[in-house]
Design a protein around this ligand. Structure first.
Ligand code: ARG
Length: 610
């Protein structure tokens, strides 16, 4: 149990003791200004404002009196007070808590003992959650939207896992639908299977064919009809249609595996995604849709539209109706999503929470979907969640596959690598004033450098995505992404590498770290040291909050702050051969471990040296 939980627990005891009931909603925050303590609560103010409780009849005159009464209760608990230096009521009625030196030190020990587990809870088998992310489409490029979904979804899944959830990662591949009619027609008409097969990047060939189809169809609308025929054949199990569709899947997965490998998101043979590492794509639900349609009918939710299509209408028309069956009886994206969620309830249990990490442009669609699922009585409030991400903007153009103005992820990653290479080439470990000055240093060797470069490139891209609230748009700016002095992936990785280089220099093997060293008295510590200790204490809480709010950016903020604090400490305090050497090394190691754990939760690797 973290210290914040201890505070909450004791405050609830106080509420009970005073006869106020424990249902009162109050907050325990970490004040931005540390002169207000490590934690602060508004509980007395909340109680005071709550007329019904009749607190004012208790003979108290102000919220401050009430705060003081609660403080008296708290400080009587000697067991609790072991962890605190001071608990104080302040005007107009806040209660502030200062953590004791002993407790802050004991945290260091915990980090060094728990190592990579620090910040993670044990799995609670009753907390099940599906995190669906990435979800690219077969025979279409893996767009930057899918990249965002992959990066954010993966981080969210990691955070939830650290919070004790049993996480099922799913990838809702777009591998079914009328566009396969177009694709198959295009391959048969203009394509060369052998050429696609032998291509370095079959996906590029497929996209070129898809673009061609749309160009031709503009001149000759009959092609749309041909495409529909091929899709019908595919649905009816026609051998040739099936064969080409399966080929498209294989060709596409060559690209996806490559991408997931680079992004360090386990997929395919390395599993991680459900269904042997590939996720349950839309086609998996082909034969599971009739059950849903049946259920919609039985529950009286399916109505016929003007042209004979079948739709679900919403109360007071709060959303546009959602189409379930087209007029020719074919199914849609929504039909497959319903089948998917029905399947999830059956497979993971009726209490499973289901998250879709999908671009903000599908927000209305997900509102409709969730509403239908509510009407069906499938999910309770809070069980369905859409995490939406904003767009990437490259000089103001949104990308569309159809017209072919696609930015290939591969090119993006190559660019990132090239830029990161400049950094990796010139890195050293010098600091001047407030900034890290990059000095050249001979690097460990070609292979190591390539690995590091790749890690910096991917780390930079991921951090850039994760550091802000996911629903915001991102304007792509390489200078910002790779800025070693700013809020960037490389800055974080560099700070971690710096902790490791200090440790290496001290020639103390991690394993030989003596944990129970004589503690220097806090009074003798520099402010930078105390502020690091306080920050370290918060890591687990931050992981918890970031997970609860599905917001990796909360963890990013924290880590950036911690890294800045560490760099200040590094500049101000001599570590090796100082009077406080043991403690400072321990502190350095603890910061390193925390940064590494944090970065790993975000899916970012932490190279030992840069
Ligand atoms: N394949 C879709 C696309 O690229 C995203 C799928 C999102 N997930 C879902 N359950 N609908 O737009």
């Amino acid at each position: 149990m973290g210290i914040k939980d201890e505070i909450i627990g004791l405050l609830k005891d106080a509420l009970k003791e005073e006869g106020f009931g424990t249902e009162i909603k109050f907050s325990v925050e970490c004040p931005a200004d540390s002169s207000h303590g490590d934690y602060s609560t508004n509980i007395a103010m909340v109680l005071w404002a709550n007329q019904e409780l009749g607190i004012r009849n208790h003979g108290l005159k102000t919220p401050m009196d009430l705060a003081q009464k609660l403080v008296n209760f708290i400080i009587r608990d000697s067991q609790f007070m072991i962890h605190f230096k001071k608990v104080e009521a302040v005007k107009p009625g806040f209660i502030n808590f200062w953590i004791s030196e002993e407790y802050l030190f004991s945290q260091l020990k915990q980090v060094l003992e728990q190592k990579e587990k620090f910040g993670s809870k044990n799995e609670d088998p009753n907390k099940k959650i599906v995190v669906e992310y990435s979800s690219p489409n077969i025979a279409k490029p893996f767009t930057v939207g899918h990249l965002r979904s992959t990066i954010i979804g993966d981080a969210v899944a990691n955070l939830l896992q650290a919070n004790g959830w049993k996480v099922f990662r799913d990838n809702h591949l777009g591998d079914w639908g009328t566009q396969f009619g177009k694709q198959i027609y295009a391959i048969k008409t203009w394509g060369d299977e052998k050429k696609i097969e032998d291509s370095q990047n079959p996906m590029k060939e497929l996209v070129a064919l898809y673009v061609k189809f749309h160009e031709e169809a503009e001149k000759n609308p009959e092609l749309e009809e041909k495409a529909r025929e091929w899709f019908k054949k595919l649905e009816d199990g026609d051998e040739e249609a099936r064969r080409l569709w399966e080929k498209c899947i294989d060709w596409s997965w060559r690209e996806f595996e490559n991408i997931y490998g680079k992004l360090n998101v386990p997929a395919g043979e390395d599993a991680s995604f459900e269904n042997e590492g590939r996720g349950y794509g839309e086609s998996f639900f082909e034969d599971k849709m009739t059950g849903v349609i049946q259920e919609l009918k039985e529950k009286g939710l399916l109505r016929e539209g003007e042209q004979g299509a079948k739709l679900v209408f919403f109360e007071k028309d709060k959303y546009p109706p959602l189409m379930i069956l087209k007029q020719d009886g074919t199914t849609l994206y929504a039909t497959r999503d319903l089948a998917t969620d029905k399947f999830r309830l059956e497979r993971y249990g009726k209490d499973v929470v289901v998250i879709n990490e999908v671009g903000a442009e599908q927000s209305l669609y997900f509102k409709q979907l969730f509403e239908v699922e509510k009407m069906l009585g499938w999910f309770k409030e809070g069980q369905r969640i859409h995490i939406r991400h904003g767009l990437y903007r490259f000089k103001d153009q949104k990308m569309s596959t159809r017209k072919g103005n696609v930015i290939w992820l591969e090119d993006l990653l190559r660019l990132a690598r090239e830029k990161a290479n400049d950094i990796a080439m010139s890195l050293g470990t010098e600091t001047k004033g407030n900034e890290i000055v990059v000095k050249s240093e001979k690097l460990v060797g070609q292979t190591q450098r390539e690995i590091t470069t790749e890690q910096i490139a991917i780390g930079a891209l991921k951090w850039n995505d994760l550091k802000r609230s996911s629903n915001l748009d991102i304007v792509f700016d390489w200078d910002e992404i790779l800025n070693m002095q700013g809020n960037s992936g490389p800055y974080l990785q560099y700070t971690y590498a710096r902790t490791q280089s200090v440790i290496a220099k001290s020639r103390i093997q991690n394993s030989e770290f003596r944990i129970s060293l004589a503690r220097p008295r806090l009074a003798r510590l520099e402010v930078e040291e105390v502020s690091l200790l306080r920050a370290l204490n918060r890591f687990s809480e931050v992981v918890e909050e970031a997970g609860e709010k599905f917001a990796p950016n909360i963890l990013c903020n924290y880590l950036f702050n911690l890294a800045q604090k560490f760099n200040l400490f590094y500049q101000k305090c001599k570590i090796i051969s100082s009077e406080n050497q043991d403690f400072r090394l321990e502190l350095t190691q603890t910061v390193g471990q925390t940064l590494k754990n944090g970065l790993n939760l975000l899916g970012i690797s932490a190279p030992e040296r840069m």
